[in-house]
Design a protein. Structure first.
Length: 140
């Protein structure tokens, strides 16, 4: 089950059913299933606090993924800074909903086991994001 929360912001995430169906398809395509996934929309300051407290990183980011997966079942918390997603959308010249979907699937891909610490991994992650964003259009 995918649950949605907000911390330190007012944000109304629409199309939860569409999003849930899409993410279920992403998981199934990677031979996984959705367990308990929490998507927490928050502010830059909130995610910075999480980053410093739990990861000892003193910088802003658009997403932090905490992985609690068991076997092929995806369990985790995705902290997503709405402030950073808005900034990234403007920087990359994309629409906010598209950038938000990219960040969400990015977090799910981390739970699946994909990483982005080197150029090869980043290229793989971006390719997967693009592929699954293309599939998302079917659900809209």
């Amino acid at each position: 089950m995918i649950s949605y929360f907000t911390e330190d912001i007012k944000f109304d995430f629409k199309n939860r059913r569409v999003n849930n169906s899409w993410l279920k398809t992403v998981a199934e395509s990677e031979i996984r299933k959705i367990g308990a996934v929490n998507i927490i929309f928050c502010s830059d300051n909130y995610i910075l606090d999480v980053n410093m407290k739990y990861l000892q990183h003193d910088y802003f980011t658009d997403i932090i993924t905490f992985d609690y997966c068991e076997g092929d079942t995806l369990n985790g918390d995705l902290f997503i800074s709405i402030d950073s997603v808005r900034e990234n959308a403007a920087f990359y010249g994309t629409e906010f909903p598209d950038e938000l979907n990219r960040v969400i699937v990015h977090g799910i891909l981390h739970l699946i086991g994909y990483d982005d610490h080197n150029d090869k991994d980043i290229a793989t992650m971006r390719s997967k994001e693009d592929y699954y964003l293309g599939i998302r259009k079917v659900y809209e």
